[in-house]
Design a binder for this molecule. Structure first.
Ligand code: ZN
Length: 233
């Protein structure tokens, strides 16, 4: 498909620090009433936030920050030992009102544009499948975007990120799977907080078990966590 771009430069960026390549993709939703309000905020110097791209629901892609520059989208975050997610990543905002203003499915033209854009980006940068993530994956206690309506399996089917076929996984039931939960989540890349395993479980569920995001590690959740942890990142 042919991508439709519009330039809307944001002043909110800086040099990438301590990285030689861009190998992460972070997906967000805007969580605001409309596209224009989100663009205004992402381009306002005083807001000190930005992303490389914003995709409207009709598929129009706004270019805000050059890929070579460090955009300010992830904030305080963590993945697989890394804390400066902004320096290693490209941030993509999807227009969606979000959980506070009427969360809704991401429309077909928006998803198609996102997939085409991600494939484009993957042609320019060595993006690692285990490092294609949602904002909530890298900031589980602060963020819930892009949320449980985001179609991660569809992205994986297009060669972007990873979403294993959990159906073929023989679930490990009982305490054995539960005991290994923190270590398994850490193995996948999640930050584990003392006395708050729930936040990381919810983040995992939003991404890999979206039908139930209650933070309770039932057999299905434990099994999926173990399945993913068994895959080297
Ligand atoms: Zn976000």
């Amino acid at each position: 498909m042919s991508l439709r771009f519009r330039d809307r430069p944001s002043p909110n960026h800086g040099p990438r620090i301590g990285v030689t390549e861009i190998d992460m993709l972070i997906i967000h939703y805007t969580g605001m009433a409309g596209a224009e309000a989100a663009l205004d905020r992402l381009c306002a110097a005083e807001a000190e936030v930005s992303a490389h791209y914003l995709i409207e629901e009709d598929g129009l892609i706004h270019r805000l920050v050059d890929e070579e520059r460090r955009a300010w989208h992830a904030g305080a975050s963590f993945w697989a030992g890394r804390r400066d997610i902004n320096s290693a990543s490209i941030g993509i905002e999807l227009v969606n009102p979000g959980h506070d203003f009427g969360y809704r499915p991401f429309p077909e033209p928006q998803m198609a544009a996102l997939i085409a854009l991600c494939r484009d980006i993957q042609g320019r940068h060595p993006i690692r499948p285990a490092f294609v993530l949602g904002h909530s994956d890298v900031a589980p206690r602060r963020k819930c975007d892009p949320g449980e309506l985001f179609e991660w399996p569809r992205l994986a089917g297009a060669g972007i990120g990873r979403f294993p076929d959990f159906g073929t996984w023989r679930k490990k039931r009982g305490p054995a799977a539960e005991e290994t939960l923190p270590e398994n989540l850490r193995q996948i890349g999640y930050e584990i907080f003392e006395d708050d395993l729930k936040s990381s479980i919810v983040a995992f569920q939003r991404h890999y078990r979206p039908s139930l995001c209650d933070g309770i590690a039932d057999a299905e959740t434990c099994g999926r966590i173990a399945r993913l942890a068994a895959e080297p990142i």
